[in-house]
Design a protein around this ligand. Sequence first.
Ligand code: P6P
Length: 335
Amino acid sequence: MSRKNQTLGEFIIENQTEFKYSSGELSKLINAIRLAAKVVNHEVNKAGLVDIIGAAGETNVQGEDQQKLDVMANEKFIQTLTKREIVCGIASEEEDDFISINSQDENHQNKYVVLIDPLDGSSNIDVNVSVGTIFSIYRRVTPVGTPVTLQDFLQPGRNQVAAGYVIYGTSTMLVYTTGHGVNGFTLNPAIGTFYLSHPNMEFPETGKIYSINEGNYIHFPQGVKDYIKYCQMEEQDRPYTSRYIGSLVSDFHRNMIKGGIYIYPKSSVASDGKLRLLYECNPMAFLAEQANGKASDGFGRIMDIEPTELHQRVPFFCGSRLMVEKAEEFMQKTL
Ligand code: P6P
């Protein structure tokens, strides 16, 4: 049950019976993410004012320059989740390996693992473009009370118990699902409270926006080239509009509200695409499906991919169901 302007705390309490596992732990998990999001939001919003932006001089496992805000966001989410004795493990885009968290209380063994992209799109920070945090939550598959293993993280997306994102944009929003639809909460920064502003978010069945980095056109598979030309043709409801922010969370969020498709395909320069399966594609796919949209690698369901590596990349087609299905048609014609 939801009503506009409900606070996030009220919403969690009123809907926690829907969470098929321990409801109290879901509340703690989402509350931990809420707290970390407020701290990161504060730092992101003042990024231009202090000497915190700019590369930290190191590179992360992806070989990408690590912005100082990336480092800060990663630390904040890890600290906040660790302190609350809810999770037994955390994997992050910014960490080479997963982090095992052993509960101090042998009677309270933590059951959940969280995978995060702490600050996706961080290269946009220096140019004041919105960025986001993406999170994915699973129940561990190895026995409670034993050390968490890689197997607990390498689960297919269909096993997720919750997923969501924080978008640090013109306003800061927390959008998440526990498998019962998608709800969006907007932060009132004056009092630090998230309010239910977008209940039951859904992708329009189709749309007129396509989001892809056309600068890579010559490197794309033929099916993607053909779909882009389809979007640009003067016929029926086309040409579509091209909108690409360079921030997955921002493009996804706009497309969910207006209708659209986001594509990051494989290419001759990125054999599996760029986006990571575990902490970008799977959580966004869970949200997409819960919002009556679709998420595919061009041929099959993202959430059915059996992961093999923590930082593995997959091609990603996500958004309004009919647009994803049309793109899949072009991909399948080239098989
Ligand atoms: P490109 C940000 O680094 C990100 O992971 C997504 O948020 C974004 O959509 C994409 O990469 C941008 O990548 O290669 O188009 O600059």
